[in-house]
Design a protein around this ligand. Structure first.
Ligand SMILES: Cc1ncc(C[n+]2csc(CCOP(=O)(O)OP(=O)(O)O)c2C)c(N)n1
Length: 386
């Protein structure tokens, strides 16, 4: 295994001090080390395409830059990589994790196809690549090769990171990543300190208590779907895996074509920030039967607890701005319950924001029912409604 320290200091010797990206659990040691050490700076981007563009700006301003993301996010990054980096000839060092590696360790179904095609996809878009050095003595040669490619082609080069390539590195400066409050004007609406807020599990129980027949529930990628499945697996629930940030658009597509149903989207803050523009699309077609719930723990909990940018965003303010018919925001469970109960009677698109604290029930597993089966029984259920 490579040590994060060895890798990052060799990068620093070559001038790479600016880091950005979107988390993946494989990236924890590198991200943690960069956060801990002041020679480096790290910006947590809401999606991988934005991370690429941010780094392109930094490169144009004279900063050598590294962009890190999961291979699922290569899809999000394809557009800037092909029409920004290629067009303007902007080299970047990429670290792309290899979830779903063929013949690699067992992984989740949503990583299967991208795992098979990651390296071919990089080649198709003319990005040079090699595996992330799996021991510290291979770092210098790997960086030299990457640098030669970037200088010659003036295009990004990717280190493709397999599971376990880097030794674990525990974050020391937790304060630097802990959500900072006092940043947004809506803060005074919240009563509880971070660690006293309701849990996701308490909120999901309330959601399940009202989401009986006549409702359809889409639970987003992250812990929402996994916890909801564990609480009570029902055929009116769709547990998203992959396609992070797409829950709202899926829910809108259903709501528009099943006006006899109430559609409830249970979102995460990392997921919603990845595709916030979907709120504009949803409101532009104003479904009368949509409840969009945001369970906002201010972190990417399911990939290791890295901060999202949620504490810099006033979700109720932007929801109003996007045009939701009713908006409610709270950190009190009873208020959440009464907003939700009222919203079942309201016409229009309702946005309900609940600030939550992190934490998952002990022994949280993953749905044992396969995504295709979940979809099929969900469609059968939807078929009962106009
Ligand atoms: C395009 C893409 N990028 C990154 C990931 C890795 N990933 C899976 S879940 C997740 C965090 C989701 O955060 P949030 O919505 O806040 O939910 P939480 O983890 O807190 O439950 C990330 C980054 C992914 N699945 N897809």
């Amino acid at each position: 295994m490579t040590s994060a320290q060895d890798f990052l200091h060799s990068c620093l010797d070559r001038g790479f001090s600016f880091y950005t990206g979107t988390p993946c659990s494989y990236l924890k040691p590198i991200i943690n080390y960069v956060i801990d050490n002041k020679e480096f700076s790290f910006i947590n981007a809401t999606n991988e395409g934005d991370a690429v563009a941010l780094a392109c700006g930094a490169v144009m301003a004279g900063k050598r830059s590294v962009v890190m993301f999961q291979n699922s996010g290569l899809g999000n990054a394809l557009n800037p990589l092909t029409s920004l980096n290629y067009t303007f000839k902007i080299p970047l060092l990429l670290i792309v994790t290899l979830r779903g590696e063929p013949a690699g360790p067992k992984d989740e179904p949503q990583h299967e196809l991208m795992g098979e095609i990651t390296t071919a996809l990089l080649e198709t878009i003319r990005i040079g690549w090699s595996y992330f050095p799996d021991s510290s003595d291979k770092i210098l040669a790997a960086l030299e090769h990457a640098d030669a490619f970037m200088t010659e082609e003036r295009l990004p080069f990717a280190f493709v990171m397999r599971k376990g390539a880097v030794e674990p590195y525990k974050l020391n400066s937790f304060d630097k990543t802990r959500p900072i409050h006092h940043t947004v004007s809506h803060e005074e609406n919240f009563r509880f300190p971070y660690n006293k807020r309701p849990t996701r599990n308490e909120a999901l129980k309330i959601i399940q208590s009202i989401s009986g027949k006549g409702t359809a529930v889409i639970a987003t990628t992250g812990f929402n779907g996994r916890e909801m499945y564990m609480l009570d697996d029902r055929n009116n629930q769709l547990y998203m895996v992959g396609s992070m940030g797409c829950a709202l658009s899926i829910g809108t597509g259903i709501a528009l074509h099943k006006p006899g149903l109430k559609v409830i989207v249970v979102d995460g803050d990392g997921a919603l920030l990845m595709r916030t523009g979907a709120m504009a699309t949803t409101c532009s077609c104003s479904p009368h039967n949509l409840i969009h719930i945001l369970l906002d723990n201010e972190i990417h909990e399911s990939t290791g607890g890295q901060r999202t940018l949620s504490n810099n965003v006033s979700f109720p303010v932007i929801a109003k701005g996007f045009g939701y018919t009713h908006v409610c925001s709270t950190d009190v469970l009873d208020e959440f319950k009464s907003c939700l109960t009222q919203s079942m009677e309201q016409n229009g698109s309702v946005f309900i924001h609940l600030k939550t604290r992190p934490g998952v029930p002990a022994g949280l597993g993953r749905p044992s029912v396969k995504p295709v089966q979940v979809k099929e029984r969900f469609m059968e259920y939807l078929g009962n409604f106009q």
